[in-house]
Design a protein around this ligand. Sequence first.
Ligand code: HEC
Length: 129
Amino acid sequence: MLSALRYALVLALLVSSQVFADDRTIADGVYTDAQAESGEALYEQHCLICHDKKYFRPVLKRWEGQPLGMMYLIMSSSMPESNPASLRQQEYVDILAYVLSLSRYPSGDTALDYQDGALDKITVVPRKR
Ligand code: HEC
């Protein structure tokens, strides 16, 4: 897990220069309801045993101002702690959509996509009120 984290941090330094160029944020409806639903089932199967549904609120808070891609990278390379990186990329991104829905970020028309650095162009911000 440690080496995965270190890898993620190095990558963060590499991408951080591009990150703030784009102004999409997680408050802009960046996932679909269908995706969050699929993520919920996966979450219950793979994550709930260690993380209750309130776990991610402070996590998202800590990531504010950072690209969502960073949180995704850490999650997908080090979780589940008992079997890191054992899920498919599509499954991790669906779980991430569910995590956003848990903290009541709005859904939208386009699914959250892990490809082509798309997640690096979405910044973690507080929810709009
Ligand atoms: C066997 C227990 C276990 C399972 C299963 C597990 N985790 Fe974790 N997770 C941990 C521990 C331990 C930490 C680090 C300590 C902490 O922050 O609670 C952690 C930390 C995290 C973090 C915090 C990263 C940060 O920014 O601080 C995220 C996000 C996360 N897990 C997501 C997931 C997801 C998604 C799943 C399911 C795919 C999952 N975890 C399954 C034990 C687990």
